[in-house]
Design a protein around this ligand. Structure first.
Ligand code: CA
Length: 239
């Protein structure tokens, strides 16, 4: 049984979620305001395994809740519910530290699958593999003494481990697959995250800055994650 916090002010959505999550055997708690979510998670340090977080909330919005949680050192997996078609929301959510998103209105089955994915990730992180699920296949890439573990969603460099969000993980995987080739910001938006190309592509740069902090010795003078002027970026495993 997993403990899931639903942060949603639309009561019919919150009730539907709770009903279905409980039917799947989880323990679901509903709050209607961001302040209440922060009070439970940060103030009272109540343990949850996943947070389903609506963006549009009265008072403190979902972005703020996510960034305050991360700032407080709380890395509970967050599934953010965004407005349909709002790619800007999606990127803002990921910058705030959410792990996954789902546009509203959503298919319940898809939401449950996403929650399951986040729970699985959490179990791997806690090294308590669920006996009913197949063990994750080898999904590890090593270069220059760095290990990118796409299953555990982390980067290991010497004795340091950095957690990755789903977005960061997908972006790294894409760059590795295209190793040696320049990739454009637009290609990243569309092919990695399925976001429309009319979005401000500079949002990508913030992600690259974070990834460089994880893998580069000197992030300001990157060796592996190079900028290709006028194009975008290139991952070079052996510079
Ligand atoms: Ca709402």
């Amino acid at each position: 049984m997993s403990r899931i916090l639903i942060v949603e002010d639309e009561q019919h959505i919150a009730d539907g979620l709770r009903f279905n999550l409980e039917a799947e055997g989880h323990e679901a708690t509903v709050v209607a305001a961001g302040e209440r979510a922060l009070a439970l998670l940060v103030g009272e340090r109540r343990p949850f395994d996943v947070v389903i977080l609506d963006v549009m909330l009265p008072g403190t919005d979902g972005f703020t809740v996510a960034s305050e949680l991360r700032a407080a050192g709380n890395f509970v997996p967050i599934l953010m519910l965004t407005a349909r078609g709002s790619a800007a929301d999606v990127l803002r959510g990921f910058e705030a530290g959410t792990d996954d998103y789902l546009p509203k209105p959503f298919e319940l089955s898809i939401l449950l699958a996403r929650v399951k994915g986040l729970l699985r990730r959490r179990r791997w992180n806690e090294q308590e593999p669920a006996p009913t699920e197949a063990p994750p296949g080898p999904d590890v890439y090593t270069f220059a003494g760095r290990t990118l573990d796409f299953t555990a969603m982390e980067v290991r460099v010497r004795d340091e481990t950095h957690r990755l969000t789903v977005m960061e993980c997908d972006l790294l995987r894409y760059l590795v697959r295209k190793a040696g080739q320049p990739v454009s910001r637009r290609a990243i938006l569309e092919e990695v995250w399925g976001l429309p190309q009319d979005l401000d592509t500079r949002a990508i740069d913030n992600f690259i800055v974070r990834l460089r902090r994880y893998i580069e010795d000197r992030p300001a003078a990157p060796q592996f994650l190079q900028t290709v002027r006028g194009v975008g970026y290139r991952f070079v495993p052996e510079p």
